[in-house]
Design a protein around this ligand. Structure first.
Ligand code: ADP
Ligand code: MG
Length: 324
């Protein structure tokens, strides 16, 4: 199969249609019509053996490559519009391409985001996507807006993807339904796009959790020039874990990325509105701590004692995340 047949058959023909794409795949560049809103542009690259295990199914790779980008757009409060796909393929197996494009376009179609271009080369399996989304410029959600007294919140539950990776790598053998659940968390993360959009005007800062809660909350603290305390027992752990968390489970929940939940801050008087908005779209939200003037990130036990995790503990203090 030649390159142009491949692009037409597996990529161009399957993209959802958008009226604002004036010229899509096929010319030297794409032409899109932009609104008066701001345009958020993000990019993420996945390398086989580094960002996903070698035996990962093609549809999972297609899904995840786009999902991680949509997650970044969600964390900015943006509505996804278009993306480009840069793919390096060792061989063009029809089976693999079929699975990859299914995973990719199932997600693209759900979010109405159109593929408008890219590049296709032969080489080790690598998938890079650049995506764009719109947001009113005064509503964009940044890392830098957290203020002393703000409540720290997290969507969904954490640590499932860490267990999925352990299961995939044979370090863990969960029973059937639990194994399926954690593998889904690892390989088919659900980007929090709608949640991000609802946080416009309510959250003071937002980040998506790709490197682990401690590391990513650390980025908010650094950008906002504040500190924080969180309560370990308030951090939502994936349903697969049994409570209380043992040390390994604590690492998975606090320091492993790949769950792609949102961590955000909001003034106390916005918390009820946020809980209502997110409940309406069936997204769970947990308050886990608050922003403080004292620099650094403190993790407290149920009695309010600080756990010895080290100041600014992030994935550098924990060896659990091999996929950074
Ligand atoms: P050029 O030689 O001008 O760089 P290419 O021959 O690489 O163009 O690509 C032809 C067209 O196909 C372009 O519109 C390009 O954006 C698109 N394209 C190439 N690879 C991909 C891909 N993986 N996904 C989507 N569009 C692609
Ligand atoms: Mg050209």
């Amino acid at each position: 199969m030649d390159e142009f047949t491949l692009i037409r058959r597996y990529f161009a023909a399957r993209s959802p249609h958008r009226d604002d794409v004036l010229l899509g795949i096929g010319d030297d560049g794409a032409l899109v019509k932009t609104s008066a809103e701001g345009l958020v542009v993000v990019a993420d690259m996945l390398v086989e053996g580094v960002h996903f295990p070698v035996d990962t199914a093609a549809d999972a790779i297609g899904h995840k490559a786009l999902a991680v980008n949509l997650s970044d757009l969600g964390a900015m409060g943006a509505e996804p519009t278009w993306f480009t796909l840069m793919i390096s393929l060792p061989e063009s197996s029809a089976d693999w391409l079929e699975g990859f494009s299914r995973g990719l376009f199932d997600l693209a179609t759900r979010f109405g985001v159109a593929l408008i271009g890219g590049d296709t080369v032969r080489g080790p399996l690598t998938v890079a996507i650049q995506a764009a989304g719109t947001v009113p410029v005064d509503k964009v959600l940044k890392r830098s807006g957290a203020r002393v007294g703000d409540i720290i919140m997290v969507t969904g539950a954490l640590g499932g993807a860490a267990l999925g990776l352990a299961q995939r790598q044979g370090r863990l053998s969960l029973e059937h339904s639990a194994a399926d659940a954690v593998l889904k968390r690892l390989e088919f993360p659900e980007p929090r796009v709608e949640a991000g959009r609802l946080l416009r005007g309510l959250a003071s800062s937002v980040i998506d959790i790709s490197d682990g809660l401690l590391a990513d909350l650390g980025h908010i603290l650094e950008a906002s020039e504040v500190g924080a305390s969180i309560r370990l027992d308030a951090v939502p752990a994936d349903g697969v874990f049994s409570l209380p968390l043992d040390d390994q489970a604590r690492d998975a929940v606090l320091a492993h990325g790949d769950d792609y939940e949102l961590c955000f801050t909001a003034p106390p008087d916005a918390v009820v509105s946020i809980q209502k908005s997110l409940a309406a779209i069936d997204v769970e939200v947990s308050a886990i701590g608050q922003i403080e003037a004292l620099p650094g990130l403190r993790v407290l036990d149920a009695a309010g004692r600080e756990l010895a995790l080290g100041a600014h503990a992030g994935h550098t203090h924990f060896a659990s995340n091999e996929q950074t």
